[in-house]
Design a binder for this molecule. Structure first.
Ligand code: AMX
Length: 436
């Protein structure tokens, strides 16, 4: 049996000539137009990045290496006694494009276990931060503090050949992914549970071990696996993935790159949206004094929010144009494990009443729920009621996708990212020329 790294190298050798051929022989082939709307409008939808790790179809949602999310959950090997797959298996799939066999998954889980010891000074860094620091700031700082461990930097300084950059990046990436659950759980227990730390269990898989270190009973291990898998990747253009790629394109190591990506994820239009949804729902619940609203009453709350000039959190998406499959998978989980949860019942009513409203209003291009519409609700149900922490969970998942992308960026020798800017006056000149 080949190890994950050997299998990855096999794939890299297959891909390198294809990329080389595109650059050498087809660089002039046009794939998109750059308009003023795109240049000022955050490059929305501009086809200007390449990744084979995932593809976001506007109608169908995300595919990981060609597999839809339901297929990923069905095909990846399951943790014994669990309905959810190994998160470690997703890393294997994203890196190689293959579903691991039962034998391969055991080897990969062992490889992660061997890498998961967190250096003690990381906990000292967290302890030294003010206790009211945002958990995402603590998470980002912890990752940054480990930069001195970088295998890439060490081997780069020894004169590493650029053909082998991916190999050292693989070492950093897997070390980082293996350590993040313990770091996140430490931040949680330190910040919200009086610092009573629960040690890691080397025999457990990533999701199971995370649930244990968080101190939350079953089926929270299933929630952890579900979360890390659905949040892992969403193409390269979203803010966190793009930040990770951009920083790594300077040949900064993965500790710099992932810490930056975590900072990008901390914005309310990106990873922080899950807590906004819960806040909105609980505000409605308070006003309803716990009563279940009718659809008519719920519509009134939605309109109040819109009329106050705010967005309905958990709805809409920059690329997707249908219900997010990551929402649907969580909804199925809720229907199975927590159908009578009062907040879930609210989410269900919202799903019925919100979509026609933005359509009537004629503004939002996508009126359907995104993954955040109920991700906070599930956490709340299992006792994780500290909103600020939710984005850290997203960050653990997203790191898996970014690490996979950066390893491949290095394998295919992608260069420094450096788009060109124009001035406003130059754009106005383009308009004048176009009008002549
Ligand atoms: N409620 C009300 N209005 C909305 C809306 C919503 N949920 N989603 C979009 N709109 C409005 C926009 O504010 C914009 O109005 P404007 O022209 O007055 O500025 C208009 O509809 C067009 O927006 P769009 O092109 O459809 O969306 P976008 O690509 O600009 O933004 C997103 C996408 C996700 C930021 C937006 O839909 C939004 O703010 N949603 C609520 C916050 C949220 O759920 N974020 C989570 C996203 C997923 C993630 O990364 N975690």
């Amino acid at each position: 049996m080949k190890s994950l790294k050997e299998k990855l190298f096999e794939r890299i050798e297959e891909m390198r000539p294809r990329t080389l051929d595109l650059i050498k022989n087809h660089s002039d082939v046009v794939i998109d137009n750059v308009t003023i709307g795109k240049a000022i409008g955050g490059m929305r939808g501009l086809k200007s990045l390449v990744t084979d790790i995932s593809y976001l179809d506007p109608n169908e949602g995300i595919r990981y290496r060609g597999y839809t999310l339901p297929e990923v959950f069905e095909k990846l090997p399951k943790v014994p006694g669990s309905e959810m797959p190994y998160v470690e298996g997703l890393v294997y799939l994203l890196l190689t494009g293959d579903i691991p066999t039962d034998e391969e998954i055991v080897a990969v889980a062992d490889e992660f276990n061997a890498r998961k010891e967190v250096p003690k000074y990381v906990f000292d860094v967290i302890d030294a931060m003010p206790s009211d620091s945002h958990p995402m700031a603590m998470f980002s700082a912890s990752i940054m503090s480990m930069q001195k461990e970088s295998v890439f930097v060490q081997r780069y300084n020894e004169g590493l050949n650029k053909e082998d950059f991916w190999d050292a990046t693989y070492e950093d990436g897997l070390n980082l992914i293996a350590r993040l659950p313990e770091i996140a759980a430490y931040i949680y227990r330190k910040k919200y549970k009086d610092g009573k730390i629960i040690p890691s269990d080397p025999k457990l898989d990533m999701g199971g071990n995370f649930a244990r270190m968080m101190g939350i009973e079953k089926p929270y291990d299933e929630v952890a696996r579900l979360y890390f898998i659905i949040h892992a990747d969403h193409e390269s253009g979203n803010a966190s993935a793009h930040t990770g790629h951009l920083v790594a394109s300077t040949l900064s190591d993965l500790y710099f790159s992932i810490s930056s990506a975590i900072n990008a994820l901390a914005g309310p239009l990106h990873g922080l949206a899950n807590q906004e949804v819960l806040r909105w729902l609980q505000d409605v619940m308070d006003q309803m004094k716990g009563q279940k609203p009718t659809e008519e009453i719920m519509k009134k709350f939605v309109w109040e929010t819109l009329n106050a000039g705010h967005v309905i959190p958990g709805f809409g998406h920059a690329v997707l144009r249908k219900t997010d499959p990551r929402y649907t998978i969580q909804r199925e989980f809720c229907l199975k494990y927590m159908p009578n949860d009062p907040i879930f019942e609210y989410v269900d009513i919202l799903y019925k009443v919100v979509p026609p409203i933005p359509l009537d209003q004629g503004k939002a291009k996508n009126p359907w729920p995104n993954l955040d519409a109920q991700s906070g609700v599930i956490q709340w149900h299992y006792g994780l009621q500290e909103y600020d922490f939710y984005t850290v969970l997203f960050g653990i998942g997203r790191t898996i996708g970014i690490v996979s992308n950066v390893i491949w960026d290095r394998a295919l020798l992608y260069p420094l990212e450096r788009p060109k800017s124009l001035t406003t006056a130059m754009l106005e000149d383009f308009v004048k020329k176009a009008q002549k």
